[in-house]
Ligand binder design. Structure first.
Ligand SMILES: Cc1cc2nc3c(=O)[nH]c(=O)nc-3n(C[C@H](O)[C@H](O)[C@H](O)COP(=O)(O)O)c2cc1C
Length: 177
């Protein structure tokens, strides 16, 4: 829902919660403020997917959106800002990570399509503080051990991504299996 407010492809409101970015971001900032009244802000992280077009989400200017948010989120002293760097369907393209790094002063986590090598390089060169892995973790229960060893990864079977039973969730083999 927060994403639906953020992006102008879905937010067609007028008034205080629609129109310019500062209005579209209002609900997100209000929610972060409320959550940080209950928990220490260092216990609160935020994940944004400014390019992802899944479920028909779209924005006319994702770079402007992430730039504005990266600046404004400095006010909250969050545990981290986690950004999905691209789009599952390549409908929206652009570099959202560079402006995020430039303007956000806290801990920045990158995600989407990283290999172990690219993640290590991004962290070593200071582009990111951490990288999050989704699909590789789904198909490799021992992902950190595999990275450490430079071992090959199990390929993920996308046909089981949204199914309901154990197949594709708990049956991928670990190295020792
Ligand atoms: C089966 C599946 C379900 C997902 N569900 C969500 C979700 O509910 N919310 C979300 O923000 N991202 C979701 N994602 C996206 C992942 O969190 C992650 O951003 C994406 O897989 C890209 O990272 P990766 O290349 O490391 O897998 C999902 C991904 C997969 C494969």
């Amino acid at each position: 829902m927060l994403d639906q407010f953020l992006r102008d492809g879905s937010n067609k409101r007028s008034g205080a919660y629609g129109g310019p970015i500062e209005n579209r971001a209002r609900l997100l900032l209000e929610v972060i403020s409320a959550v940080c009244e209950v928990w220490d802000s260092k216990q609160v992280g935020l994940r944004l997917s400014p390019l992802n077009s899944y479920n028909s989400m779209i924005d006319s200017d994702p770079i402007a959106l992430i730039t504005w948010l990266a600046k404004r989120l400095n006010d909250f002293n969050l545990a981290y800002l986690h950004i999905m760097r691209s789009d599952f369907f390549q409908a929206q393209q652009g570099d959202v990570m560079t402006p995020a790094r430039e303007h956000y002063k806290g801990l920045l986590v990158g995600n989407m399509g990283y290999s172990a090598d690219e993640a290590a390089e991004a962290i070593a060169s200071g582009k990111l503080d951490a990288v999050a892995f989704g699909v590789p973790f789904l198909s490799n229960p021992d992902l950190p051990a595999r990275f450490k060893l430079g071992a090959p990864l199990n390929a993920a079977d996308s046909s089981t991504f949204y199914t309901a039973d154990a197949k594709g969730y708990t049956d991928y083999p670990a190295l020792a299996d």
